[in-house]
Structures are given as structure tokens and as C-alpha cells.
Design a protein around this ligand. Structure first.
Ligand code: APR
Ligand code: ZN
Ligand code: ZN
Length: 360
């Protein structure tokens, strides 16, 4: 048993607190990971607010990289000292999605079987089955992907969630191809990662759309060739103006609101692709002229965790980072200590950061 400090959300809506928790030694199929860095994501806040479920107390944090400290029985492909990125989709290989060759939709993903607990023995629910705002965490071995240890943990960890979701929306779901025009609506951590992904894929034009000029400045650094502030310019007009009036081959929506979903539909070229990566809340309703969906042809795809396969995508993207072809450091707006997660939520809420990253 390991006694470590960790960020816990004890009850609905209450500020998080740093607690001493107990982490068991890894059992069969599990790995104990010494966390080195973990990004702060909207989903952590969502857990804290009770927006996911009521299984309080939650152990927050899920965008992390670190070193394997120990592995349990039967784990052959990981060893103590390995540098790993954690993922929340350790695929089972057995379910219908896995068997149909769509493992990114696996619905029986693996997590650690043993529970981490508060000092009084209360079981913790780890956010997305990870719980990495902790000096050490316990995961299923399949949640660890080995990557080149030359990459800093601050940058690597971000691939564990939001940045992978954005890059994957472009390269996996949207299948952006050399020469494409790509519009990205919403340029937070996820949208800016989609921009970086579009650049990697060889897009010719990348049109960044946001209501916040600070985000558009970031977008230019990451590869946007055009920017549209949709507070002052109509988003669809802006996308069309940048594409000879046509609309973009691929439009990626990274906000998750009805008005921006609509802009994505109207902003695509004939036979273009709409990729939805922004997550709506259950009460949101889209009202859209059906002829717009039908008449332009093309396709509509939603992107779940960037439709990524960690074992394929994490090592590849880390290699591209080390070759200076993908700037992951640009997403690290600040590094903070474990005591400052609540402040980071605040900054995230005000749109001040792409990512705050907790370092250990
Ligand atoms: N039009 C354009 N941009 C908008 C609008 C709007 N109406 N409303 C908000 N934005 C911009 C914000 O200014 C911000 O830059 O969208 C961006 C959202 O970024 P973040 O809040 O940093 O969120 P992010 O982590 O990028 O996630 C975006 O993707 O995976 C999902 O759950 C995630 O739904 C969320 C979305
Ligand atoms: Zn499966
Ligand atoms: Zn996340």
C-alpha cells in the first residue's frame, strides 16, 4: 500500500481538496504509475460538478504521463522505469466493436480492478478510470502506452485526452488529406490540437474560428492560415471568404453548442465532411434545415477521443514532437502544483489557458 497526496472531489459542486490516499500494489493485469504530469481538463470539472455521475468521492485527473513503478502478475509488456502516457480506452479485444475492427468504440475498456481509497477506507472513483492528480495511481496495464522517454511529461501527458481528441478529430475521424481546406470552430485545447493535426496532415488552408482573439493568436502559432473572430464576423461567411466562396473540405466543431454545430454544417464545401468533437449537454437540441444536411452531400462524423488507438497514435505523435513537427509544448499554458487545481479550474473557466498542467 502506498500513501500519496491526491486531488479529490468529495461532494457535488464543492471545491476539490488535496487528501492523503491509499494506493494498493498492482494486482494481476495492473500497473502502479508514478505520475510526473497531468493536465487539467473540462471533464475533471464536470466530475466535480456531478455532471458525469454521483459516484463521489472522485479522484480527479486523467491527462497524464509518468513512470511505471511496479507491475502485477501477468503483465509482460511493461516494466518498472518505462515512460508511459495513460489512456482511458484500454480496449478489450473481445467486445462487438473490437471484433468488428472498431476498437476505438470498445465498450468494455479495462481499468484497475482494485480500488484506491481515502485514508478511512472509502473507495475512490478515478476520473475516466485514471485518477492522476496523484503522486501515484493504479491503472490497468493496457492503460499505459510506452513512448520515447526523451519527451517531457508535461507535453506527453496532454496526448492522454484533449490534445489527442483534437489531433485525432483531424487525422483519424476527418481523414484530412494533403491539400485540403480545414475549418476549426472553437480554438481551445481541443480545437487548437485539431489545427495542429490538420497541419500535420498537410492541409493547405486552415481557418480558425473563435470568439476570443487570444485563442486565434494561439491558432496561428499552431498552423492556422486564416482566422475568423465570429463575434465580429459571421463564421460561415468567414470560412467561405477564405475558400473562394466554397466552404471547407473538412469542418471540425470543437465547442459543443447548437449554434456552432450549425456553423459547421453551413461551413462545409459540397461533399465536405463535418467532424463533431465538441460534446453537447443532454438538453441541447439542433434545429437545422434538412436540405442543408442533404443537399451538400458529404458526411457527418462525431469523433470520440479522436477515434485514437493509443498504442498506434501516442508513440507516433511523440516521435513527431521530438522531430519538432508537432508543437505539444504550445498547449502547456502553465505548470502548477497539486494544490492549485481549483485555481486552474477558474482559469479554464475564464478561457485564460489552453492547458494548466500539474507537475509532481
Ligand atoms: N463560437 C466560436 N468559438 C466559441 C464559441 C462560439 N460560439 N463559444 C466558445 N468558443 C470557444 C472558446 O472561446 C474556446 O476557445 O471555444 C473554445 C472552447 O475551448 P475550451 O473551453 O478550452 O475547451 P476544450 O478543452 O478545447 O474542449 C472543447 O471539445 O472535447 C470537447 O468536451 C470538450 O466540448 C468540449 C470541446
Ligand atoms: Zn472491446
Ligand atoms: Zn479530458
Amino acid at each position: 500500500m502506498h500513501e500519496v497526496r491526491a486531488v479529490v472531489a468529495k461532494s457535488k459542486g464543492a471545491p476539490v481538496s488535496v487528501e492523503t490516499i491509499l494506493v494498493p500494489d498492482p494486482g494481476p493485469g495492473e500497473a502502479l504509475v508514478k505520475v510526473e504530469a497531468c493536465g487539467v481538463c473540462h471533464t475533471d470539472l464536470h466530475y466535480r460538478e456531478g455532471g458525469i455521475n454521483d459516484d463521489f468521492p472522485f479522484l480527479l485527473g486523467h491527462e497524464a504521463a509518468g513512470r511505471v513503478e511496479a507491475v502485477g502478475a501477468g503483465v509482460t509488456d511493461l516494466a518498472p522505469g518505462d515512460f508511459v502516457i495513460l489512456n482511458w480506452r484500454a480496449v478489450c479485444g473481445e467486445c462487438r466493436s473490437c471484433k468488428r475492427g472498431r476498437p476505438w468504440y470498445c465498450f468494455a475498456t479495462h481499468n484497475a480492478k482494485q480500488k484506491m481509497t481515502l485514508a478511512d477506507g472509502t473507495a475512490l472513483s478515478p476520473a475516466l478510470g485514471i485518477g492522476a492528480f496523484a503522486e501515484k495511481t493504479l491503472v490497468a496495464a493496457g492503460q499505459c502506452t510506452k513512448v520515447d522517454p526523451a519527451a517531457p511529461a508535461t507535453a506527453a501527458g496532454l496526448l492522454g485526452c484533449g490534445v489527442m481528441a483534437g489531433i485525432g478529430a483531424a487525422i483519424n475521424t476527418g481523414n484530412v488529406t494533403r491539400g485540403d481546406s480545414v475549418a476549426v470552430i472553437g480554438c481551445g485545447g481541443v480545437g487548437n490540437a485539431a489545427i495542429a493535426g490538420a497541419r500535420l496532415a498537410g492541409a493547405r488552408k486552415i481557418i480558425a474560428v473563435d470568439i476570443d482573439d487570444r485563442k486565434l493568436d494561439m491558432a496561428v502559432k499552431l498552423g492556422a492560415t486564416h482566422t475568423v473572430n465570429s463575434k465580429s464576423t459571421d463564421a460561415v461567411e468567414g470560412i467561405r471568404a477564405a475558400t473562394e466562396g466554397n466552404g471547407a473540405d473538412v469542418v471540425i466543431e470543437a465547442v459543443g453548442r447548437p449554434e456552432t454545430y450549425k456553423q459547421a454544417f453551413f461551413g462545409r464545401d459540397l461533399a465536405g465532411t463535418v467532424v463533431l468533437v465538441g460534446v453537447p449537454t443532454p438538453d441541447m437540441v439542433l434545429d437545422l434545415p434538412m436540405i442543408e444536411v442533404f443537399g451538400r452531400g458529404g458526411s457527418l462524423k462525431s469523433s470520440w477521443y479522436g477515434d485514437c488507438l493509443p498504442s498506434r497514435d501516442f508513440p507516433m505523435l511523440i516521435d513527431l514532437y521530438l522531430q519538432k513537427r508537432l508543437d505539444l509544448d504550445a498547449f502547456v499554458s502553465e505548470t502548477i502544483g497539486i494544490d492549485d487545481v481549483e485555481k486552474a479550474f477558474e482559469r479554464m473557466h475564464h478561457g485564460d489557458v489552453l492547458r494548466s498542467v500539474v507537475v509532481f
